[in-house]
Every structure is written in structure tokens, then in C-alpha cells.
Design a protein around this ligand. Structure first.
Ligand SMILES: [Zn+2]
Ligand SMILES: [Zn+2]
Length: 151
């Protein structure tokens, strides 16, 4: 799951708040364009952002009013974004919604070969000279023995 992104077209958020007695619902739409590095080769992959926001917000002072019996603050945070009356920063909420909308695995192309773990060569562009044979963990001790690392 990606944890950050680069904005390549301004992120625009618009919507409405539905205010209830103790909480609010934010209904809106977020659009824009972002780039996230490929998990394997780090090449930027572009995503058009166009998603609906439907989040519930509560002021910290109203937390006791929306908390279900036996629910702890962690459970409540699953359902609510908690705000102070003085804090109207909705960026984390929007960033989170964008991250949630992205695929778990980001690849620039289905068969991206990634980077060589040894020399860092992008294997989509060229191959490298590194040894590519993976050592089976069961044989690793033997390899160490050969290298004189086992006492
Ligand atoms: Zn890639
Ligand atoms: Zn290499």
C-alpha cells in the first residue's frame, strides 16, 4: 500500500457537510492527478484521481455523544475523523481517501522486471552482470560455510 504520492495536477475537493446534532458527514468529490513510484522499479506511475468522499467527522468535545457503549477511541477512529473546533485541516482526510483508492500493489507495467537488488540496474531497460541465482534458505548455511562465516 503506497504511503505517499506526488501531485501532478492540482487536487480539487468539493462537497457539502451534512451537520447533525453531534457529528457531521462530509460528502464530496476529489479530482486531480498524482504519481506514485512503481513498487518494483520506482518509475512514476500516473493516476487520475476522481473519487467520492463520504466521511464522518466529529468534534472532540462531542466524542462522548457518538461513542457506542464499550467502544474505545481506536474503534471510534475507524468510524470518525476527530476534529478540534479550531482545526479545520482536511488535508489528511483527503490524502487518506486518495491513498485508500490506490491499488495495493503499484506496478508500471504488468511484467515490470524491477531493479536488480545488487546493482540497482533497471532490468526493464537493460540486464546486468550480477549473479541472479537465489540461494535457498536451507542451503544458506552451506554458502556461509563455503565463505568461511560459520564457526
Ligand atoms: Zn516498474
Ligand atoms: Zn545487478
Amino acid at each position: 500500500m503506497p504511503t505517499s504520492f506526488r501531485i501532478t495536477e492540482p487536487i480539487k475537493a468539493e462537497g457539502i457537510f451534512r451537520v447533525s446534532q453531534f457529528d457531521m458527514q462530509m460528502l464530496g468529490r476529489v479530482t486531480g492527478q498524482i504519481q506514485v513510484p512503481c513498487d518494483r522499479c520506482l518509475k512514476p506511475v500516473t493516476f487520475d484521481v476522481d473519487l467520492d468522499i463520504d466521511e464522518k467527522l466529529v468534534y472532540s468535545l462531542d466524542v462522548p455523544n457518538v461513542k457506542k457503549p464499550g467502544e474505545d477511541i481506536g474503534d471510534l477512529e475507524e468510524r470518525y475523523w476527530i476534529y478540534d473546533k479550531t482545526d479545520y485541516d482536511f488535508e489528511p482526510l483527503i490524502v487518506d481517501a486518495i491513498l485508500q483508492s490506490l491499488p495495493v500493489t503499484i506496478v508500471c507495467q504488468e511484467d515490470c522486471k524491477g531493479l536488480c537488488p545488487k546493482c540497482g540496474q533497471n532490468l526493464n531497460l537493460a540486464s546486468c552482470q550480477c549473479e541472479t541465482i537465489e540461494i535457498d534458505p536451507r542451503w544458506a548455511k552451506l554458502a556461509q560455510l563455503r565463505d568461511g562465516e560459520v564457526e
